[in-house]
Design a protein. Structure first.
Length: 135
């Protein structure tokens, strides 16, 4: 703006040599040029802001996709965890069932007169393990 004021002052000094109409035309042309420059600057700033806005929108989309992917992976992990828990429960049930069958078998063997030592050797378990199973 300082440059504009300087130019205006310079032009005003030349008033004496230029007719009023000519002087007004020069000043008007200068103001139009200055206004056009300001419009062009604002347009450039606007375009830059639109570019930034578009970049932010793209980054937001990428973030949203990453969040959706994370949710999918979390859901898959939850399903795997549920399946693992189900398999573990089934395994525990089978182990308990086998222990019950072994317990019945030991009870039958002992009730048929077999010694604890013989049962221990037959099942490849210590006598303490057999007693623990019977509890």
């Amino acid at each position: 703006m300082i440059e504009s004021d300087g130019m205006i002052q310079m032009l005003e000094k030349r008033v004496e040599t230029i007719s009023d109409d000519g002087w007004k035309k020069i000043i008007e042309d200068f103001r139009k040029l200055h206004e056009n420059e300001e419009r062009m600057e604002r347009q450039l700033e606007l375009e830059e802001l639109q570019k930034v806005k578009e970049e932010v929108r793209k980054e937001k989309e990428e973030l949203q996709k990453a969040q959706e992917e994370a949710c999918k992976e979390k859901e898959e992990a939850r399903k795997v965890q549920q399946e693992t828990a189900r398999i573990l429960d089934e395994s525990d049930k089978k182990v308990n069932q086998m222990n019950q069958e072994i317990k019945k078998m030991i009870q039958i063997m002992l009730s048929n007169g077999m010694s604890l030592e013989f049962v221990s050797k037959s099942l490849s378990k210590s006598e303490d393990e057999i007693l623990d199973l019977l509890k």
